[in-house]
Ligand binder design. Structure first.
Ligand code: CA2
Length: 151
């Protein structure tokens, strides 16, 4: 069975490509999800994606995944800065966890610098646009195959 990676997207990320392209880029969430699925599949992994504007729905999805997945990539969007509930749900897993932000949260309003996820994450990728998701996937697959090479 291929190792399975869950990619979670928080509130308003369903608007990618439709508003604020100067911050969040021109591609849609569907474009990003398709690219991630293709890349994972080509490398022998399976990957599923989930977006919600609702905190409880994200918590439910994280709980449903217990025992079913091998790694989590998450852009919690605004819940990054507020959600103890998502943090607690993620802590139910003992798995590699990568936090992604499209924008550089440390260069924006001060409240965006605080993350309830970063100290429980394996790593964080910020400010590299939507390619951050693909970099996170590369890193996750390397972690899950125990690869340390630089090529
Ligand atoms: O930079 C990121 O990825 C963020 O997680 C995006 C969140 C923001 O609250 C975080 O501080 C940083 C906002 C997501 C909003 O997504 C939109 C996408 C397109 C158009 C408008 C909003």
């Amino acid at each position: 069975m291929p190792k399975h990676i869950l990619v979670l997207h928080g509130p308003n990320l369903n608007m990618l490509g439709k508003r604020e392209p100067q911050i969040y880029g021109k591609l849609s969430l569907r474009d990003i999800n398709t690219a991630l699925e293709k890349k994972a599949c080509a490398a022998g992994f399976s990957l599923s994606t989930f977006q919600s504007n609702h905190e409880g729905a994200l918590v439910d999805r994280v709980q449903e995944a217990l025992g079913q997945i091998h790694g989590i990539i998450i852009n919690p969007a605004a819940f990054t800065h507020t959600s103890v509930a998502i943090r607690d749900a993620l802590l139910l897993h003992d798995l590699p966890l990568i936090e992604v932000h499209i924008s550089n949260i440390h260069k924006r309003e001060a409240f965006r610098s605080q993350s309830y996820i970063s100290d429980i994450a394996t790593g964080q990728i910020v400010g590299l646009g939507i390619r951050g998701y693909l970099l996170a996937l590369d890193a996750m697959m390397a972690i899950l195959t125990d690869k340390e090479d630089l090529m």
